[in-house]
Design a protein around this ligand. Sequence first.
Ligand code: PMV
Length: 351
Amino acid sequence: ADSRVYRASTTAPVNIAVIKYWGKRDAKLNLPTNSSLSVTLAQSDLKAHTTASCSQAFSDDDSLILNGEPSPLTTPRSQACLARLRALRKILEDRDNSLPKLSQWPLRIVSINNFPTAAGLASSAAGFAALIRAIANLYELPQSPTELSAIARQGSGSACRSLFGGYVAWDAGTAADGNDSVAVEVAPASHWPEMRALVVVASAEKKGVPSTAGMQQTAATSTLFPLRVEKLVPARMIAMKEAIAKKDFATFADLTMQDSNSFHAVCLDTVPPIFYMNETSRAAVRLVEAINERVGRNVAAYTFDAGPNAVVYYLAENEGQVAGVFKSLLGDKDGWAGDRGTQVQEAPIEG
Ligand code: PMV
């Protein structure tokens, strides 16, 4: 018997959508009702670090240690990801008999993604992306990041976008099996190296309504949702790709803020209404508005996911006017503090 332990490690970054994914046309396969587009953040403490190992000598079942705690790998979503990765490995083993039969052996996964200062920020995206990439590396799979994104998508929709750095689109696709619902690179980070992001942690609490439940409720009850899915988002996807190609920050900012507000508007339009933003979030919106007003053009753009924390995009040349103002205002103002205090973090864009 082979007693060797095979191992591979990787990291995956957090991505924050500027055109939001909200709504599933197939809940089992995590197929979205609309395409989305994100920017990948490169901050070192906003990454998931994952090691995957397997050995014929492991006698236990597949296992996951997440931030030091045993965690279930038995959820249908995790199971779907593992089954697909094993099937791809099996193809290689069937083709080449000399390969160790890794697909048959238990997996041990160890992952650290305890984003200390930014809880509630897309942890599942980085976590599933790192899980998929670590196992793909362990299995020496030849699949491209786009092909792997279709697997990561089944773990958590937004995870498919964390397989790339820079500017990433997730094409909704039309195929029933989800084969064309994948992430593709729109532009590498080096295309627009001046882009920066800062994270305003309004609350480190876990979000109130989980994204899957929120999406279901929105699709079932929001009257505004069809307009968003059919008209607004498709037009914004085209305009956003153009703004990125031209490095047109003012348009990038307009679209980012409009789409965040549109997403939170359909959440408010559900029965019962869902509130992800809080008073601190709204203060961050007003601050960005005030900064842009003072400069006379858009130099900052806010966006909010399914929680109250803001991500503010800006260009390096406007660092002082944006990050500087946020820091000086938030640093010493008690009224801004959430349960762990409001914090501001700058994050370069991942390459
Ligand atoms: O990947 P999920 O199921 O956690 O959904 C993420 C949804 C948003 O973060 C609100 C939007 C997005 O595109 O990331």
